[in-house]
Design a protein around this ligand. Structure first.
Ligand code: KIV
Ligand code: ZN
Length: 526
């Protein structure tokens, strides 16, 4: 029979407590909304006693998010339990997660407590927690390195004191799938009230086995997995929610499990988290990385264009992407180039295809990936047969006036050149100097856009080219601009940050214009 497992999300607690992932109250709320849409069963919203900010976030999430149970972490102290109870007072569906270290290392060096003192504390604090919460989870921190007999005793005492979920954390990411499977089998046989409680796995990824260990724990009897979006968390992170959920969905034949998760919300949750933390998952991250459904190599592209399943085991739509991505880069083949050119309105065959392919490879060697806008601009140039494109805008001069008073916005004056129209100048103001410059560019090019992403790299010059100041570094900017819902890339290199960013913005808008011109031409021809 197919079993359902509970998804306990700890992105806002274990995830948030790791360096580089702290979030503002507003950021936490937006992630909590994304988790609600994802339909996780439990949201661990924070650690109410940790700081006034954490208290407030737990309180607001408890008040504003309906559906999942909202949970706060607490140490086994009356003060922590009381703080969590106050923070979650108004939450209609709430849980307390109380924890105490049980391993010899934690007992001796962190807690300075004897085994009997640990057992007494668990009993007293779980009982106290139950006076405030109907739903109490107990975690035996560092369970994996706890003596088996003592772990059974500690979990049994927690169950008898009223804990409804018994969490078995691999706090330091030390376990292996076989070991944790055996442990959960043992615990589900030996712990008191095993049939009345839910066993939970909480695995860290120090040895890269958090997802495999969580799934092995489920095979051994766990009914809840604790996980985080994008796998963020202490040190190497926690079990990644999207990996565990898509593994059981894709391999139902192996796991025979289901979850409540609406997998089509996975990308939205991942993006909400990236926005709140200013950190993107690595390109090659399973499910949510930029490469997870992207194909650049010619052989893979040819296969996927004929039948997606040649190189894909999941549908991109199932995780919330509109389609897979045939990425054009130096490894791409003619099939993919011709297919993308066709989407953009060019029908390339024979010598034309070969010429376009040669020019495309040269561009890809220079810039890496080539997006639709960059390809359109290249094909347009090839078609018109000119090197200096008559439709191209270039930056001539920037003047920025940045008043010191916070009441006045910076003003940018931009001078640009156009192949046909010649020189055009405009000014604009905005809260930031760069925003003012972008705005003036958009006014000149008559195309509104929003910068979504900027990556900057310093390219140091050779010592003999370093110039008078001995620095000589250039700035290389890769920028993504959203033009009415479509994203275009731009790139530029300059000696200074502001001209490099503005030129990259102009490049992205030139590419957007090239796509629009082709679309208009197609529409007129039809
Ligand atoms: O890793 C861990 O042990 C924890 C506990 C607080 C559950 O995060
Ligand atoms: Zn943890």
């Amino acid at each position: 029979m197919t079993r359902q497992i509970t998804i306990f999300d700890t992105t806002l607690r274990d995830g948030e407590q790791a360096p580089g992932f702290s979030m503002s109250e507003a950021g936490k709320l937006s992630v909590a909304r994304a988790l609600q849409a994802l339909k996780v069963d439990v949201i661990e919203a924070g650690f109410a006693a940790a700081s006034p900010g954490d208290f407030k976030s737990v309180e607001r999430i408890g008040q504003e998010i309906e559906g999942p149970a909202i949970c706060s972490l607490a140490r086994t102290t009356p003060g922590d339990i009381d703080a969590a109870a106050r923070a979650l007072k108004a939450a209609p569906n709430k849980r307390l997660h109380v924890f105490l270290g049980t391993s010899p290392l934690h007992r001796e060096f962190k807690l300075n407590m004897t085994p009997d003192e640990v057992l007494t504390r668990i009993k007293d604090m779980v009982e106290l927690a139950r006076t405030h919460f109907d739903d109490v989870e107990f975690s035996a921190e560092d369970a994996i390195r706890t003596e088996r007999g003592f772990l059974v005793e500690a979990l049994s005492i927690a169950a008898e004191a009223g804990a409804k979920t018994l969490n078995v954390p691999d706090t330091v990411g030390y376990s292996t799938p076989d070991e944790i499977y055996q442990l959960f089998k043992h615990l589900t046989e030996k712990v008191s009230k095993a049939n009345e409680v839910i066993f939970s796995a909480h695995c860290h990824d120090d040895l890269g086995m958090a997802v495999a260990n969580s799934l092995a724990a489920v095979r051994g009897g766990a009914r809840q997995i604790e996980c985080t979006v994008n796998g963020i968390g202490e040190r190497a992170g926690n079990c990644a929610l999207e990996d565990a959920v898509m593994a059981v969905r894709t391999r139902r034949d192996v796991f025979n499990l289901t979850t409540n998760i609406d997998t089509r919300q996975i990308m939205a949750a991942s993006r909400a988290l990236s926005k709140a933390t200013n950190t993107h998952p690595p390109r090659n991250k399973a499910i949510v990385g930029a490469n997870a459904f992207a194909h650049e190599s010619g052989i893979h592209q040819h296969g996927v264009l004929k039948n997606r399943e040649t190189y894909e085991i999941m549908k991109p739509e199932d995780v919330g992407l509109s389609s897979n991505q045939i990425v054009l880069g130096k490894h791409s083949g003619k099939h993919a180039l011709a297919a993308r050119a066709k989407e953009l309105g060019w029908s390339l065959e024979g010598d034309h295809l070969q010429a376009a392919f040669d020019a495309f490879k040269a561009l890809a060697d220079e810039i890496g990936l080539v997006d639709s806008g960059q390809l359109s601009a290249l094909l347009e140039r090839l078609e018109s047969g000119t090197q200096g494109d008559a439709e191209l805008w270039t930056l001539k001069r920037i003047d920025i006036r940045s008043p010191l008073s916070p009441k006045d916005h910076p003003v940018a004056r931009i001078e640009m050149d156009h192949g046909r129209r010649g020189q055009v100048t405009d000014i604009a103001s905005a809260p930031g100097a760069l925003d003012a410059a972008y705005r003036a560019v958009s006014q000149i090019m008559e195309i509104p856009a929003r910068v979504e992403d900027i990556e900057m790299q310093y390219v140091a010059a050779d010592a003999h080219d370093a110039g008078e100041d001995g620095q000589g570094a250039d700035v290389l900017v890769d920028l993504k601009a959203n033009v009415e819902g479509e994203v275009f890339s731009g790139r530029a290199r300059a000696r200074d940050i502001i001209p490099a960013c503005v030129s990259a913005y102009i490049d992205a808008l030139n590419n957007a214009c090239a796509v629009r011109r082709r679309r208009n031409a197609k529409a007129h021809a039809a």
